[in-house]
Design a protein around this ligand. Sequence first.
Ligand code: UD1
Length: 420
Amino acid sequence: MDKIIIRGGRKLRGSVAISGSKNAALPIMAASLLGDTPAYITNVPCVTDIRTMADILAALGAKVDFPSPHEVVIDPSGLCNPTAPYELVRKMRASICVLGPLLGAIGRARISLPGGCAIGARPIDLHIKGMKQLGAATRLSHGFVVADGTGMRGAEVFLGGRFGSSVLATANVLMAAVKARGVTRIEGAACEPEIVDLTHFLCAMGARIDGIGSHTLRVEGVRKLRGARHKLIPDRIEAGTYMIAAAITKSELLLKGARADHLRAVIEKIEEAGVGIFESSGAIRVNGKGKRRVVDVTTHPYPGFPTDLQAQMIALMTISPGISVITEKVFAERFMHVPELNRMAASIFLEGSSAIIRGVKSLSGAPVMASDLRASAALILAGLVARGETVVDRVYHIDRGYENIEEKLRGLGAEIERVR
Ligand code: UD1
């Protein structure tokens, strides 16, 4: 198993290219199943979740080619098998987003239940509710969701859940509705930039969708969709992670390709934390050389502060002078990184779904264990400023969603290497 070794204390400088969005890519790749002709997607990040989605689509009968590492061509004409198997779904819970496209494309789906993971229970009740409201018959059988969508038609669907909207439930219902006869209104829809990117892709395929970017989507079903060409949006979570890398190391970085309009809540909090953020066309410059301040942060669905940057923000607060409170409102149990950061001499207490962080003067490098994708990013960020050596184990988590993180950081001056 690979490990990442970081010797902390180096300043970073220079520019880093932000990759395409993994979370936009996954549902868009799945949506390609709905077309009659191949889809051509560019700015695809080179991360393992993309390969897992490619394996799932191939298992379903689609032909998936990567003409270059950042481009994928998906030909859905061979789609025949409705089953997404446990071996693939357990690797990546986002595999559930083939449910809607399978129902739209071949009228049936059999998807292994995803189960829980390090960030807590991952229920799919909203996905199932949405499909039922569209008229699909669904049942659970031997660990699989089995759905028959032959009777699907446009309907009123409400997707508000206990924790607000759901990104992938919105994607699933949208992808099932675009080919369902009649009009569907989705209330309580997620409005994350990745959902907007998906709607743009679906519209390029011939779908009719109104209300794009809002909590109410109106979909007029069409009989046929065709493959489309699409360039994915930049990864706002990767951009936010490098913003925090500049802040934590008190460095200045240029994030090429990052979109500030997708990062408003993050930019506001990072500025409050004493960091200068300068927007220019096609890039964001981050100056972390100022005096650090503590900030309180609460995660929310978009446009709120993203849960996917909560762990990294905690890492920044561990060495900011004062006490900060970071509250998790999306995945209440997502704090596996906290005990690991405390092993690096951070001072964090958990109180329900809040982390109370007392800033310390310095962190101390230690062997630590990555538990999930964003937690591993937080440990690497902490390692960049810790005294001595930090060894992050189980880095396959980070490879799921960050393209070449150690190469990118090394290019910026960090002392970081991967050992196999
Ligand atoms: C997506 C992102 C993930 C991000 C999350 C929240 C992808 C591939 N993944 O995951 O990186 O952390 O959004 O921004 O895009 N919930 C239910 N019932 C459901 C579905 C969700 O109760 O049927 C709850 C979840 O447990 C969670 C909240 O709703 O508390 C939001 O989850 P959701 O938006 O669905 O996350 P994902 O779409 O799985």
